[in-house]
Every structure is written in structure tokens, then in C-alpha cells.
Design a protein around this ligand. Structure first.
Ligand SMILES: N[C@H](CCC[C@H](N)C(=O)O)C(=O)O
Length: 294
């Protein structure tokens, strides 16, 4: 199947954007995996499909598939690239766009400096429905919240203390002293696929530089370590605010670039929505023959 696409990136998290506003492509998980493959396909962390508005009140729908072909609920860097795409492609004259996703409706605004601000909705703090605590360990209370001990099936039987929350997609955030030395390659897969997370999880490793500055690496569900994770940056800042590490506006430096996250917990409470601002850039366009993989 001949498919036109636009390659985009937001802080180094990269995407293949497909325009399905004139009709669905009906791709299979295997075809999404092929598009994301960096050797046999185009190469991306996620595939973004731009679709017509499914109901009044929104301007578009956008659907996200991870590199492993699985559909997911939310993608922060993808949301910024989505709105840059629909504006640059002339699909809308608006600079503020409302888009329906599996995680709900997001409001996206193109800024004059070229960055994009996204209202990512409210975080969800579902109580831990499954016991996390390895033998004899209880949650560790800190600030106004707690972190959970997660026994990792690795040599030495380490325990990762994680804050667990959802930005529409699931996140487990561990604090580290130095992200450069964090065991992302070993602990990332062990946390992502841990039996305690039935739908797997995005594993964040956050270093607190000061109350307004964080460094972060994320081992993403279904994609592995990426150069940036927008929902991961939101989850790390929200967790850190609740645990007393951060003030309400934090610059997050990830390997691929900087995102600014704001969560006004003090003035608006736990249901306050999270605002993320960051870059969104086109890289190239192309046409590719996607094999008929089912
Ligand atoms: N791997 C994530 C989806 C993409 C999230 C990330 N690319 C972002 O910018 O939020 C998940 O499975 O939930």
C-alpha cells in the first residue's frame, strides 16, 4: 500500500504522521511495526494517525501506536507534533486546536516562538490495586503522597521505589541521584513489563536538580528508551510536586531536549490539569510502499 507520511520530532521523540482525514488506512499492528522499524521501515518511536473529528466540540481525532504496534491512550510529544502538522498542512487555520484521543480531549496551542503548549488533562492517582510490597516493605510516605516498593527480578533482587500514576497512559516514576548513571537499560524493561502492571507501564527515572529543574530519562512502554517522553515528563513533575520535591513549574531536561511542565496543585487541587510546553518540528516528508503484513 502506497502511504504518504510526514516525519516529525518533539524533543527528539520521533513520529511518523499519517493523514487519515480523507479516509482510513486500516493498517495492521504489523504494518505499524514496519513503519516504526528503523532498519526495514521509516523509523519512529510512535505512529500518529490524524483523523476527522468524531463528534462536535473537537477539531480532529488522533490515534497513537507504539513502535511495537500497540495502540496507546496518550502521547505528549506526539500531541505537539500533531497540532504543528495539521496547521502546517493547512488542515486548520486555527492556532488553538481541540483533539479527541483515547485519553480524552486535549487542547493544543501553537505559541509565537514555535513551541506548543498542551493542556494534558488531569493526572489520575488510582489507588494501587495490587500489592506492590515485597516481603516486609510498606509504601514510603513522603510529602503528601507515597512511593511503592517494586521488587525487580534482577541480580541482587533490587527494589525500585516508584510513584505510580496515569496521564491517560500508565507511569511508574523512580527518583535517582544522577540520570546519567541510572540503570535504565536494566531496570527499565524490568519495570515496564512487571507483573504488577497488567497493561505494562512507562518507567521514568528522575533526578531532582532543584525545585524548578529536573533531569529525566524514560524507558517507554512499547518503545524502549526514547530521547524524550511528554507524558513521562508530566508524570515525573506531578509525582515530584506531590512528594514535595518540586514547585509548580518545572523545566525538565531530557536527552533530546527541554519540556516545561506546570501543575497548579496548591491553587487548584489534585484535579488541576497539567500544562506542557515544548518543541515540535517537521523533519521530512515521503511516500513509502507499506508491505501487506497482517
Ligand atoms: N510509550 C507511551 C506512549 C507514548 C508516550 C510518549 N511518546 C509521550 O510523548 O508521551 C505509552 O505506551 O504509554
Amino acid at each position: 500500500m502506497r502511504v504518504a507520511f510526514t516525519k516529525m520530532q518533539g524533543a527528539g521523540n520521533d513520529f511518523v504522521v499519517l493523514d487519515e482525514t480523507r479516509g482510513p488506512l486500516n493498517l495492521s499492528p504489523a504494518q505499524y511495526r514496519w513503519l516504526a522499524d528503523r532498519h526495514f521501515g521509516v523509523g519512529a518511536d510512535q505512529i500518529l494517525s490524524v483523523r476527522p473529528a468524531p463528534h462536535p466540540g473537537v477539531d480532529f481525532e488522533y490515534v497513537i501506536h507504539n513502535a511495537d504496534g500497540g495502540e496507546v491512550e496518550n502521547c505528549g510529544n506526539g500531541a505537539r507534533c500533531f497540532v504543528r502538522y495539521v496547521h502546517d498542512a493547512g488542515l486548520t487555520p486555527q492556532r488553538t486546536v481541540r483533539v479527541a484521543t483515547r485519553a480524552g480531549v486535549l487542547t493544543l496551542a501553537l505559541q509565537d516562538d514555535g513551541r506548543v503548549t498542551v493542556d494534558m488533562g488531569s493526572p489520575v492517582f488510582e489507588p494501587a490495586r495490587v500489592p506492590f510490597d515485597p516481603e516486609g516493605l510498606a509504601p514510603r510516605a513522603e510529602g503528601g503522597w507515597q512511593r511503592w516498593p517494586l521488587a525487580l527480578p534482577l541480580a541482587g533482587e533490587p527494589v525500585a521505589w516508584v510513584a505510580v500514576l496515569s496521564m491517560g497512559n500508565p507511569h511508574a516514576v523512580a527518583r535517582v541521584d544522577d540520570v546519567d548513571a541510572a540503570p535504565v537499560a536494566q531496570w527499565g524493561p524490568a519495570i515496564e513489563g512487571h507483573a504488577r502492571f497488567p497493561r505494562r507501564v512507562n518507567a521514568g527515572f528522575v533526578q531532582v536538580v532543584d525545585r524548578a529543574h529536573a533531569r529525566l530519562r524514560v524507558y517507554e512502554r512499547g518503545a524502549g528508551e526514547t530521547l524524550a517522553c511528554g507524558t513521562g515528563a508530566c508524570a515525573a513533575v506531578v509525582a515530584g510536586i506531590r512528594l514535595g520535591w518540586f514547585d509548580e513549574r518545572v523545566d525538565v531536561d531530557l536527552p533530546g531536549g527541554r519540556l516545561t511542565i506546570e501543575w497548579p496543585l496548591q491553587t487548584q487541587g489534585l484535579t488541576a490539569t497539567v500544562r506542557m510546553t515544548g518543541p515540535a518540528e517537521p523533519v521530512f516528508t515521503g511516500v513509502v510502499d507499506v508491505p501487506d503484513l497482517r
